[in-house]
Design a protein around this ligand. Structure first.
Ligand SMILES: [Zn+2]
Length: 184
């Protein structure tokens, strides 16, 4: 994996700066591919599409921003200023974002949030934790599965959502493949 330039962006609310790295090249060495479509690829990490500002907690889509400046890896290391990296939301944050329709103005964005939320629930199963850890989570999980079930199209995800949809109890996530040496 080779890291490319860092893109520095401004939070649209408080205007503090944060960074996001780009990948010059990556590979699927050690990657795990799960039956819900999630790909865990340590040598080809994905960047979040929606994030939360580390300074003011504002949620926004990175695509909507212009790149403020770009820096090389060395420039970032040598810089005195530390830029927090854009991070993925957590399960509670995806639930919160879903409540505010103004935060997702297209089908694609709603699908993205709901798929990330679904994976965040499934991550608990992957980590051998309890699927539901708060009182309201089961109904949120169920509503989300129903929504995704009515729209999903990719075969593998379709299969997995069918299983979850029928059970509406507990997802059965399988590790499909351990990948190595596959470069893309
Ligand atoms: Zn901010």
């Amino acid at each position: 994996m080779t890291i490319g330039n860092y893109r520095i962006y401004k939070c649209p609310l408080c205007e503090e700066l944060f960074g996001m790295f780009t990948l010059r090249s990556g590979n699927l060495f050690g990657a795990k591919h799960f039956s819900d479509g999630k790909l865990y690829a340590p040598m080809m990490p994905e960047s979040p599409q929606i994030t939360v500002c580390a300074f003011c907690d504002y949620n926004f889509w990175i695509d909507d921003l212009e790149v403020f400046t770009e820096m090389s890896h060395i420039e970032v290391l040598e810089s005195e200023k530390r830029y927090p990296l854009a991070r993925f939301l957590n399960l509670e944050e995806y639930i919160e974002v879903l409540k505010h329709k103004v935060l997702y103005d297209s089908f694609e964005r709603e699908y993205y949030i709901r798929e990330q939320l679904w994976w965040a629930f499934n991550d608990r199963v992957r980590d051998k934790e309890e699927l539901f850890q708060a009182d309201n989570e089961k109904s949120i999980w169920k509503e989300n599965i129903h929504w995704l079930h009515s729209f999903n199209d990719k075969e593998m995800r379709k299969l997995q959502i069918e299983i979850d949809y029928i059970n509406t109890q507990y997802p059965k996530i399988e590790l499909l493949e351990l990948m190595k040496d596959r470069v893309r």
